[in-house]
Ligand binder design. Structure first.
Ligand code: BGC
Length: 764
């Protein structure tokens, strides 16, 4: 419908919503009891978070570190001592000592946090899952839940009660070097997976997070995944409508699901750094959502308001801007000038004491919710499942459902007796299977034999599964170096010679690992060496299966036609190669789908929910040009060894109002001859709207398993408000008019019979 009638529509401002996390009276009174006796130094100390390397030498707290904790009354410590994974006993010793000092000095336990991004990144012997981008590809919420649960259990086994995960920035720009840390490009997938992971991590009661659970940290609030230049921590230019409708959604859902902390995006949007955005931090999060959790900065990001963003002309002014905007805890992370500045600012009346009290309340509340006052430390002996078979099985199953079959001209599954050449720089590396945040920040720790020897690389897993496997790398990375961009032709000729003796070539290509700003790259094309390797192999005439092992989609436009099959395994973790071997052998079926749009050209990135005019056909007349959407593979693409047929789609309402819930059913039949799982995706399209609509949006999904010949009826629900959009003026809008709903090749038209507009979060 059009603007004139929209203006007549009602404009509802919702009353204050119920608390995102209902408070526990007992905890609240204990918080007040402590707060009333705290000095200003103690308060600003609680708000200060320091990195382990600033206070310790390896696992030993230095005398200087001890003095820093006592002088500044530090409330929280992060990161792995020595910047490399440690064993649980080491953490236990280290954190117990921190707690001893904190209790002795302040009577308040410390809050220790680690980046457990895909399982226990920084605890030796712990379980590493596939990265979030893979979990998203499974379209199975259970895997996100399991990853959260195992991560929590194994973190506590190492005496760690808090992790900086999940990441729910929308990975909508493949240049962004953290795309793989997210659940892909879609707001709904990010929301669903993040909520499941938060439940897995925190358990069911955010007020009483038990000894097998930890606090989650939804990050990075928000819009971090769409920097204009594609480079990490550079500015975004997100429209108000898009910010609320897409980027805020996963955070809103996670906070409403009880996420106890959030971390802020290091960058800026439309000239306003997120770390001093009062509207977003205080109004949207603390007031509109009525959320009483804790907001932590990212790395040095208060200082960065001065040094990088230049919205403050001194460190002290930066502190004032950030704390007044709503930041509760500063990841300083090396020096404590923050605490000195904040104390002065309060004394000078530049930051109200009420703001500091609000922050400290949130921090103390979190420590109570985590049970740290009662039991500051946990011990490994109470966690017999740490790094055990049961957890390994869950990580393996997640990997199995996360590897995407993009193309198959019938060569897969492989017969056991095929002569297979395994080649390429990703063929024999635990590092590249895991990605960044694996034993070390940049992921090169996964190449240390003592850490990962017991797991299989792709070559090892295929060799164990098939009768006749040869490995010749052809091109190699320096797997111990953080210099991830480098690869070298170490024998393309040898690989070609070996290919001539093989029945099939498995070429494992993609990227070496990186993380954050060091992962910036100017060119998403595959390296020249890798292209040469694949082209030379193709010249032998032997069939090639491309295995893509990469955190973001590398352009393979020239190579794809040379391949008989293509599998994107992304970053499937320590069990990813075993899962791949099982899938290639046909002992399990592929069931993953792309959670992002795979681009074909470096100058033509796209997302599935684009605007209609991004795909323009040729006009008649002299202006006979076009602008076509041309991607390598669309969002949601993923093949199976079987086929699924959709039929009988039906919708409960042909016409609906704002309070209705649409029940959509469809029959799905396994029409092939192998059992398989299928993710059933429901999309909507708003045909005409007062703000240009997206061509389609994912509104619901479910994953089912079907035996050959079996049919199941899948029911998916969509509330009318799920079909709303945020208009140009920042208001949620559900408009009268036609919507198309589609599942597979099935479509149904439905009609909304009323228009409503509201301006707070879209809370059902
Ligand atoms: C990253 C965060 C991470 C933090 C603590 C930052 O550089 O952006 O994602 O949680 O460091 O390690």
């Amino acid at each position: 419908m059009l603007a004139a009638s929209l203006a007549l529509a009602s404009c509802n401002t919702s009353p204050k919503v119920a608390p995102a996390i209902p408070q526990d009276k007992d905890i609240e009174s204990k918080v007040e009891e402590i707060l009333k006796d705290m000095t200003l130094e103690e308060k600003v100390g609680q708000m200060t978070q320091i990195t382990a390397t600033a206070i310790a030498n390896g696992l030993d707290i230095t005398p200087a570190g001890d003095s820093i904790i006592r002088t500044y009354k530090i409330g929280s410590v992060l990161n792995t001592p020595g910047d490399i994974a440690q064993d649980p006993a080491g953490y236990d010793r280290f954190i117990t000592e921190l707690n001893r000092i904190s209790m002795e000095e302040m009577g308040i336990p410390t809050l220790y946090g680690l980046d457990h991004i895909h399982g226990t990144t920084y605890v030796l012997g712990g379980t590493l899952f596939p990265q979030e981008i893979n979990i998203a590809a499974s379209f199975n919420r259970d895997h996100a839940y399991n990853m959260g649960k195992v991560t929590a259990y194994e973190s506590r086994a190492a005496n760690v009660p808090w992790t900086f995960s999940p990441t729910m920035d929308l990975g909508r720009n493949p240049e962004w070097p953290r795309m793989w840390e997210s659940f892909g490009e879609d707001a709904y997938v990010n929301s669903q997976m993040a909520v499941a992971e938060v439940h897995g991590m925190q358990g069911d009661d955010p007020n009483h997070v038990g000894p097998y659970n930890i606090a989650a940290c939804a990050k990075h609030f928000m819009g971090y995944g769409v920097p204009v230049t594609g480079q990490d921590r550079t500015p975004a230019s997100i429209a108000a409508s898009e910010l609320r409708e897409k980027h805020f959604e996963p955070f809103k859902e996670a906070m409403q699901a009880g996420a106890l902390t959030i971390m802020v995006n290091s960058a800026s949007n439309n000239g306003m750094p997120f770390h001093c955005n009062t509207e977003l931090l205080t109004q949207w999060v603390k007031e509109d959502l009525n959320w009483d959790g804790m907001i932590v900065t990212d790395w040095a990001d208060i200082n960065n308001l001065y040094t990088r963003e230049r919205v403050a002309s001194s460190k002290k002014e930066a502190v004032k801007l950030a704390i007044n905007a709503g930041i509760d805890m500063a990841m300083v992370p090396y020096e404590c000038q923050f605490a000195i500045d904040l104390k002065e600012l309060v004394e000078e009346g530049e930051v109200p004491m009420s703001r500091v009290d609000d922050a400290v309340r949130r921090i103390l509340r979190l420590k109570f919710r985590l049970g740290l006052f009662d039991q500051p430390d946990t011990v490994l002996e109470d966690y017999p499942e740490f790094g055990g078979e049961a957890h390994a099985k869950l990580a393996y199953e997640a990997a199995l459902e996360s590897e995407v079959l993009l193309k198959n001209n019938g060569i897969l599954p492989f017969r056991k007796d095929l002569r297979i050449l395994v080649t390429g720089p990703n063929a024999h590396s635990m590092r590249t299977l895991n990605g960044g945040w694996s034993y070390t920040w940049q992921g090169h720790g996964a190449s240390i034999p003592a850490f990962t020897d017991k797991y299989n690389t792709i070559y090892e897993a295929l060799d164990a599964k098939f009768d006749n496997v040869t490995y010749v790398p052809g091109v190699e990375y320096d797997l111990m170096s953080p210099n991830w961009k480098f690869d070298e032709n170490t024998g393309i000729k040898d690989a070609v010679a070996a290919a001539r003796k093989a029945d099939v070539i498995v070429a494992c290509i993609g990227e070496n690992t990186y993380c954050e700003t060091p992962g910036n790259d100017e060119d998403l094309n595959l390296s020249a060496n890798q292209k040469e390797l694949v082209k030379s192999l193709a010249a032998t005439g032997r069939p090639i299966v491309l295995i893509l092992n990469e955190g973001r989609p590398r352009i393979i436009r020239e190579l794809e036609p040379l391949a008989t099959a293509v599998v994107d395994i992304m970053l499937p973790g320590n069990y990813g190669a075993d899962a791949l071997a099982t899938l290639l052998a046909g002992e399990a079926n592929f069931s993953a789908k792309l959670p992002f749009t795979y681009p074909k050209y470096t100058n033509k990135f796209a997302v599935y929910d684009y605007k209609p005019s991004e795909n323009q056909g040729t006009m008649s007349g002299v202006y006979n040009y076009n602008a076509v959407m041309d991607v390598q593979w669309p969002f949601g693409h993923g093949l199976s060894y079987t086929t699924f047929t959709y039929s009988n789609m039906a919708v409960s309402h042909k016409e609906f109002g704002a309070e209705d819930v649409l029940k959509v059913t469809v029959d799905v039949t396994n029409s092939g001859d192998m059992a398989g799982k299928e993710s059933v995706l429901l999309f909507s399209s708003d045909i005409y709207a007062s703000s240009t609509p997206d061509v389609r949006r994912l509104r619901a999904f479910d994953k089912i398993e079907l035996a050959p010949g079996e049919t199941k009826t899948v029911e998916l629900e969509v509330t009318a408000k799920d079909l709303a959009f945020v208009n140009y003026y920042g208001k949620w809008t559900l408009e009268e008019g036609e919507f198309a709903l589609s599942i597979g090749d099935q479509n149904q038209m439905v009609r909304c019979v009323e228009t409503i507009v509201w301006d707070e979060p879209n809370i059902d």
